[in-house]
Design a protein around this ligand. Structure first.
Ligand code: URA
Length: 214
């Protein structure tokens, strides 16, 4: 079988590991969101991507199609990717929870917990270098109890990964100020992928120094 490398370790994973995971997500019954879904939304994109985007959870259109970020927020995400010459297929796109919550309400702690092994396995199999968290729920997976407004736009180290927090595209669609910041944060992504801090953060602050990013 075809093998995939992981930048985190030398284990070679087979395609079927990934296919098995996708199948498990599609048929998951671990929480009550499974009862009302049209489709589970495992994620999509390159299985060897350097960058993984983690959103919150599927909305109406995602539930209908079984694909992540295909509604209005997804169109903005595609525009933002295009601004740095990337396409959906160049990255991997997934969510904290894989099934739609009723009326797009916020995910509950129990739902995030039930879905956690799926996301952890995706991170393990894909082995990205940079994890872009979109919105507060995916940021909280790595850095709980920190406000996203302060964290956004600053890459952080976490277990050998670079976590790059951004606002959620849906929030940016509602608020032009957030949209400008999201656009700016996207433009810094290529240099972050190359291990450089964003342009306006070349002078490290003491906290960042302590975290060992620079
Ligand atoms: N919002 C998300 O967080 N994820 C999607 O897949 C779509 C909208």
């Amino acid at each position: 079988p075809a093998t995939m490398g992981s930048s985190l370790c030398s284990v070679a994973y087979t395609m079927s590991d990934f296919d098995d995971l996708v199948q498990k997500i599609k048929t998951c019954q671990l929480c009550s969101l499974s009862h009302k879904r049209t489709h589970a939304v495992p994620g999509e994109g390159s299985r060897t991507a350097d960058i993984i985007f983690i959103g919150e959870g599927p909305g109406f259109y995602e539930d209908q199609q079984g694909r992540p970020f295909v509604g209005p927020a997804g169109r903005l995400l595609e525009e933002l990717l295009a601004s740095i010459d990337l396409k959906r297929e160049d990255v991997y796109i997934t969510n904290m929870i894989k099934c739609r919550a009723p009326n797009n309400r916020d995910p509950l702690p129990g739902e995030i917990k039930a879905c956690k092994p799926y996301l952890d396995k995706q991170l393990e199999l894909i082995g990205p270098r940079v994890v872009v968290t979109l919105g507060r729920y995916s940021f909280a997976k790595f850095f709980p109890d920190e406000p996203i407004g302060k964290a956004r736009g600053r890459p952080r180290r976490w277990n050998g990964l670079t976590i790059y927090p951004m606002y959620h595209p849906a929030a940016a669609l509602r608020n032009g100020n957030l949209r400008s910041l999201l656009e700016k944060d996207f433009l810094a992504l290529p240099s972050i992928l190359n291990g450089e801090p964003p342009e306006d953060e070349k002078e490290p602050d003491p906290e960042a120094k302590q975290l060992g990013f620079f």
